[in-house]
Design a binder for this molecule. Structure first.
Ligand SMILES: Cc1cc2nc3c(=O)[nH]c(=O)nc-3n(C[C@H](O)[C@H](O)[C@H](O)COP(=O)(O)OP(=O)(O)OC[C@H]3O[C@@H](n4cnc5c(N)ncnc54)[C@H](O)[C@@H]3O)c2cc1C
Length: 442
């Protein structure tokens, strides 16, 4: 195991292993990916629906400090790193905001049907289809609608075209994609199967962290693909949105956030068969200040998939679609190719007719498409300073350029960010209750 993330360990001194896990939740740093359940085993930790309406780890068995140390070094709430150094070579380029990259280009699924159902241009779905149908991997580990909670996502394994298409589209709710990642590796160990992973930057962070402790990640997981991620809608925000439409959470039978167009409608089907469709701009609001995000997403050090082989994003000027522009938008992703494996994958998927490539673009084009990501990258270092002053957990961050990015701000901007974050932290902003499950079945 590598050097311990000292700050997190230090502020956890004197606590029991269970208290240490719950401190990650209480300090608002749990994103709900479920990797802790996988590390401790479901008989010891289980992701459950808790009082605030989201999924959190609940200890229901044994948890010792050794397992907790492992969780701390893998959890994306306590440890975040950029692309592993072994994946950087003489073809790698570097941008302070966008990280390591080899190629950045517009891209979309070649098949118009896939492009249509995909969240943006169907790039991730097309890559998944290529990987399965070429036989490069045996399955894709990713996410789809949760059967238990239709506004959530849930981990999903795709073995054929139909599966991959079912999972297309962004899930803007809590999604525990990694609850059984280690069981999946055990299974690959037995069968020799390989897979590709598609998930959020936090999920990729957790998998890359796990790879430092378990070499089977790199042996069996051939590709780690991420979407650029500005955060998901809190369950409270979702409930507020639904109530404005006269819909209660427990009436929902099916919910699609986007896709079937770019971005496509947010489509809610209730158990009585009624369908309500709202525009993406109604759902999210026209700019980032309206987004109702979990605290962890507001202080995200990596929303751009820094550690992924390829990250895929939207390409709207200014970071949001316009009412007019989305009417006939077929959907176009930006593909940020970071590693050699990602480059070979994209090249082969293009040659095999699964992906279309458009113009080459630059990190500065990405700034225009993702202004909220640029602002966040530049603000996070100061926000962490404020959280640290308030005695909160701050993740151990390496290779994400946060300090040089903060230097782009004026001293007063950084002071404002740090003071605001310290004040909000002291006021309990982002504080969560100790996880108590709503009921034992959830
Ligand atoms: C929470 C969230 C926030 C986002 N914020 C931004 C942003 O700020 N800027 C931006 O440019 N793009 C953002 N996106 C990404 C964007 O919505 C598209 O996912 C991305 O452009 C890829 O489009 P695509 O057409 O290739 O995806 P698709 O072809 O539709 O494929 C999506 C893939 O992602 C997987 N997936 C979907 N949701 C989740 C989830 N919650 N957890 C794990 N896996 C999932 C699916 O299983 C599928 O394989 C966000 C996505 C999510 C889920």
């Amino acid at each position: 195991m590598r050097k311990k993330p000292s700050y997190v360990h230090k502020i956890q001194e004197g606590r029991s292993a269970v208290q240490r896990l719950y401190q990650i939740v209480e300090d608002g740093m749990c994103i709900g990916c479920g990797i802790c359940q996988s590390i401790a085993g479901p008989e010891n930790i289980r992701m459950k629906l808790v009082k605030n309406g989201t999924e959190r780890p609940v200890v229901n068995g044994e948890l010792d400090h050794k397992i907790m140390d492992k969780i701390l070094s893998v959890c994306p709430g306590t440890h975040i790193e950029g692309l592993p150094e072994r994946l950087v070579d003489e073809h790698s380029q570097y941008d302070e905001v966008w990280g390591i990259w080899r190629q950045i280009a517009l891209a979309w699924a070649h098949d118009p049907a896939v492009r249509h159902i995909g969240s943006t241009g169907g790039l991730l779905t097309a890559l998944g289809l290529y990987l399965l149908e070429s036989g490069e991997v045996d399955f894709i580990l990713h996410a789809t609608k949760s059967p238990a909670h239709p506004t959530f996502g849930a981990r999903f394994i795709s073995r054929d075209r139909d599966d991959v298409l079912v999972a297309a589209g962004s899930r803007y709710g809590p999604t525990a994609t990694l609850i059984d990642a280690l069981e999946i590796l055990d299974q690959c160990d037995r069968t020799g199967e390989s897979f590709a992973f598609i998930g959020t930057p936090c999920d990729v962070t957790a998998l890359r962290n796990l790879a430092m402790l378990d070499q089977r990640v790199d042996k069996f997981c051939r590709y780690q693909l991420a979407m650029v991620c500005g955060g998901f809608m809190t369950p409270a925000g979702m409930q507020q949105f639904l109530r404005q439409l006269g819909i209660e959470m427990d009436q929902i039978d099916d919910l699609r956030y986007r896709g079937y167009g770019c971005p496509g409608a947010t489509r809610i089907e209730t158990k009585d068969g009624q369908v309500t469709e709202k525009n993406y701009l109604d759902f999210w609001g026209a700019n980032e200040s309206a987004w109702q995000l979990p605290f962890r997403c507001k202080v995200c050090a990596d929303g751009i998939g820094d550690a992924a082989d390829i990250s895929a994003s939207d390409t709207w000027e200014g970071g949001s679609p316009t009412w007019e522009g989305q009417k006939n938008d077929p959907g176009t992703n930006a593909a940020i190719v970071r590693s050699n494996a990602g480059q070979l994958l994209l090249d082969r998927a293009v040659s095999a007719g699964y992906v279309c490539l458009g113009d080459t673009i630059s990190p500065r084009d990405m700034d225009r498409f993702q202004p909220h990501q640029v602002v966040k990258k530049q603000s996070v270092w100061a926000r962490f300073v404020g959280m640290r002053c308030a005695g909160k957990i701050v993740p151990d961050v390496r290779g994400l350029r946060l300090k040089p990015l903060a230097r782009r701000n004026s001293l007063s901007e950084n002071l404002n960010q740090a003071r605001g974050s310290r004040r909000r932290s002291k006021d309990g902003n982002g504080k969560e209750e100790t996880p108590i499950p709503i009921n034992s079945e959830s």
